[in-house]
Design a protein around this ligand. Sequence first.
Ligand code: AMP
Ligand code: ZN
Length: 483
Amino acid sequence: MGLKLFNTLSRSVQEFTPLDPAGKKVGIYCCGPTVYDFAHIGNWRTFVFGDLVRRTLEFKGYAVTHVMNITDVEDKIIKRVWETKTSLREFTGKYEAAFLEDLKTLNCLLPHHTPHATEHIPEIISLIEKLVRRGIAYKAADSSVYFSIEKYRGCGCTYGQLLKLNFDEMKAGERVKSDEYAKESVADFALWKARVPEDGDVFWPSPFGEGRPGWHIECSAMSMKVLSETFDLHLGGEDLIFPHHEDEIAQSEGATGKPFVKHWLHGAHLLVEGKKMSKSLGNFFTLRDLLAKGFNGREIRYSLLTAHYRETFNFTLEGLQGARAALARIDECLGKLREIANQPLTRPADTLSPPGGERDGARGASKLISDFTAALDDDLNISAAWGAVFEWVRETNRRLAENSLSAAEATAALTAWNKIDSVLGIGAPAEPEVPAELNALLEARQTARKAKDFKRSDAIRGELKAKGWVIEDTPKGPKLKKI
Ligand code: AMP
Ligand code: ZN
C-alpha cells in the first residue's frame, strides 16, 4: 500500500507520489527556526513532525533530500539585535547553536541542508528582480519593494491556494510591511525592506537600494535553490499557512510560472494544559526547561509523537510521566529480547524447538512491521502505529513469560524493532555523556599504566568510581560507563 498524506492544497488525503519519474527521489523543505530565542516545545512539535515525515519516507525506501532553513534575518531578530546591542551574527549564532543541540537531544535527523537567509542574499535579490521584470513587484514611495497581488492575479494566478481569501475588502496597492499579519489584512507584502535607522547594521546593498529581505522571499529563494523550482513536499506549523506559505507560493510561481510545491503538509499546534503557551500564563516551556525538570530528550520526543499531526496536541507534565512509563515498558521488553538473543545455545526454547514457535515469532515480527506500515501509510496515523507497537510488546511479554521464545525469534523481533525504530527514533536509552574532566582522568590512568605506576592508576580508578563511573575495556580501548 502506498503512503497517503493530507495535502493542504487540495484539502484532502492523497496518495503520495514523487515528482521524480523514477519514483525514488523526494525533496522536502521544512520552514526552520527563526533564531531569536530558544525554541519552545510548540516549535519542537513541528520539527519532530518534520523528522517523522522524513524518516517515514526513508522507511518507505525513498531517497530523501531534507532541507530546513535557518531564518537568521527577520523582523523579530532585528528588534532583538537592536535591543541587545549585539551584532546580527553573534546574536543568531547563539540561538542557532542551541537549536542544533536541541535537535540532537530530540534525536531528530540533521537535515541534509540547512541554508541561511543571510547567505542567500544574491539569490533573494535575483528572485525579486525577476518579479519586478514580470511586472508583479514594484518599488513603492517608501523605497521598499512589494509584491502586487493585483498584478499577480491579473496574470491568471491564484492568490489564496492554501486558504480561501476574501478580496472584496481589499484595496489595490494597499501594503503591509511586517513579516507577520492576519488574513484580514491581506495586502501587497514586502519583498525587500528599505533600510531604516532601527535596522542598525543589518542591511545589504541591492539594485533597489540598501535594505534587507522580507521573511517570505527568503524561503522561496532557498527552497528553489537547494531543491528545484518545483519540489515534492513543503511543511511547517499550521500558523504558517497564511501569510508565509501563501506568499511563498505567490513569489515562486509568479517568478517561474511553474507550480511551486506538489504537496503541502501542516502540523497542528501544541497547547499546554489546554491553553496557548504564553510566558505570562507560566505555561511556556523550552526544551531546556523540561530537561531542567529531569525529563530527557527521549521522553519528550515520545510525548511529541503521540498525537496525530493534524490534531491539536495537549501537552502536560503528567503526559510526560506517562511517556516515561511507556518507554520503560518498551525498554524492559527489548532488554529481555537482547538477553535471549545473546545466549543462543543455552536457551531451552532453542533445544526444545516448540512446535510452531519459530513461525509464531517470525509472524509476530512481520505483523509488527505490516501493522506499523499500514498505520503510517494512513496519513501518518501515529496513534495506530503506537497501538501496533504496544500490541507487539504485550504479545512478546506473554511469550517471554512462558519462556517459549527462541534465540532466533528474539533476534527476528529485535530486527523488526530496529526497522520501525528507524521511524520512531526512540532507540535504546541514551548513554549518558561522559564529562570532559572524567575523560581526562581516564587518559591519565592510561598514561600511569603505561608507566607501570599502578598505584596511581588504581587511585584514579577509585576516584572515577567515587564519581559514579567504571572503566570498561572495549575492542576500541577503555571507556567510561555510568554505574
Ligand atoms: P518560528 O521559529 O517562530 O518561525 O517557528 C518554527 C516552527 O514552529 C513553525 O513551523 C511554526 O509553525 C511552529 N510553531 C510555532 N508555535 C507552535 C505551536 N504552539 N505548536 C506547534 N508548532 C508551532
Ligand atoms: Zn518558510
